[in-house]
Design a protein around this ligand. Structure first.
Ligand SMILES: *Cc1c(COP(=O)(O)O)cnc(C)c1O
Length: 399
């Protein structure tokens, strides 16, 4: 482009160079391998005197287009795409950490990230310290050991919607020479860019809001050239590559990410505000509600509150069942980040494998409901959640 345009324009206008067919939408290179025009070219491509595609485990034009867009949206130099978000999280650890290293992480992590840290990295003598996302700077500072290599955080957290102060962690990592790694799946690049706060690596489950329509799995890690280099080697050799088909779907989806996130966040805020007024709901949690414990920090580091709202209901699992039965519109699913509103009870689904005291620590009560607010008309959502809260409360009273 000849002049500086905004990210949204670039997200729509970045694509694989047009082929001789003069296609308008981006082409899909659904191919496992690429041919050499001559034996000499095969040699040159392998000894890297010539750059080009060889095999889709290493690189693919459609996958590269998706990676280029995410790099641009996250203000990062380089990146790799993976088959799932978890492959991206795992690669960001396994490509960089060595036996004997130590990692500091916020306690409230996506379930599988917690399993990787406690069950898999531990096999290779990589130890960890967990801290509350909202822990003060002294606590993070005190957790740094001589062998600490990385700080890994999710902000906002799932499902507690606790925030980590990214500017503070960025300073800490700079001071101690640590790698700052952020899972930015919940907020997306539309609401916050961790690289702005000094993150070296930014991980996404593209399955969620990047796709935004519940169709494909995908993951991506973007960051500085220096930190992506070992990840590229790791992915090329171990093979968690993204399918070109999924990359094509995801790249098209990024054209509407800003637009979708704007509506997701507006719906979420309006729903949260309406639910907060209901006496039948014990508590509503959303970063852009003034009642959120870290509302000020949320406004500093996020441009909107995100699409996830949680509510706490009195009456345990029985009440949860009645509430979910009464809801007419939302889907019951453990996924999130869809055009369709989704509800789940983390206590019995996504976080069911945690011990009772771990759940308590993370504020995951029996009555907690996580709402991934979709793009339906918000008036309909408010009406539906209101009647479900009332109907389920009446059922409890009548028992
Ligand atoms: C879903 C999710 C992941 C894992 O992504 P997959 O694509 O399901 O492998 C990681 N982190 C967060 C915050 C998520 O919500």
């Amino acid at each position: 482009m000849i002049y500086k345009v905004k990210k949204q324009t670039k997200a729509i206008r970045t694509q694989t160079p047009q082929t001789h067919f003069r296609e308008h939408s981006t082409p899909l290179f659904l191919t496992s391998s690429f041919t050499f025009e001559t034996a000499e070219q095969g040699k040159a491509l392998f000894d890297e005197t010539e750059q080009g595609n060889l095999y889709s485990r290493f690189s693919n034009p459609t996958v590269q287009e998706f990676v280029d867009k995410v790099c641009m949206l996250e203000d990062c130099e380089d990146g790799v795409a993976t088959a799932t978000g978890m492959a991206a999280v795992f690669a960001s650890f396994a490509a960089i950490l060595q036996a004997g290293d130590h990692i500091i992480a916020s306690r409230a992590l996506f379930g599988s990230a917690h399993q990787i840290i406690t069950q898999i990295l531990s096999k290779w003598n990589i130890t960890h310290t967990y801290l509350d996302a909202s822990a003060p700077e002294e606590d993070w500072e005190a957790a740094v050991l001589p062998n600490t290599k990385m700080v890994y955080v999710e902000t906002p957290s799932n499902p507690g919607l606790e925030l980590v102060d990214m500017a503070m962690i960025g300073r800490l990592c700079k001071k101690h020479g640590l790698i700052f790694n952020v899972d930015n799946c919940f907020a997306t690049s539309a609401l916050q860019n961790p690289a702005e706060f000094g993150a070296h690596l930014v991980v996404h489950s593209a399955t969620k809001f990047m796709d935004g329509q519940g169709r494909v799995l995908g993951g991506v890690v973007v960051g500085t050239k220096e930190h992506i280099k070992p990840l590229r080697f790791f992915c090329r050799q171990t093979g968690p590559s993204m399918s070109p088909f999924n990359a094509w779907v995801l790249s098209k989806s990024l054209e509407t990410l800003d637009l979708r996130m704007e509506k997701h966040c507006a719906n979420a805020l309006e729903l949260a505000e309406a639910l907060e007024k209901l006496p039948e709901i014990k508590q509503v949690n959303y970063p852009f509600l003034s009642s959120h414990a870290q509302h000020e920090l949320a406004k500093q580091q996020m441009s909107a509150g995100g699409a996830i709202v949680t509510i706490d209901l009195e009456g345990g699992f029985e009440r949860v069942c009645a509430f979910m039965k009464a809801l007419q519109i939302p889907s019951l699913s453990s996924n999130l980040g869809d055009t369709r509103t989704i509800v789940t009870n983390p206590y019995t689904t996504t976080h069911s494998k945690l011990k009772p005291e771990e759940k308590e620590n993370l504020g995951i009560t029996e009555g907690l409901i996580r709402i991934s607010v979709g793009l339906e008309a918000v008036e309909d959502l408010i009406e539906d959640f209101t009647q479900a809260a009332q109907v389920s409360a009446e059922m409890l009273v009548s028992q």
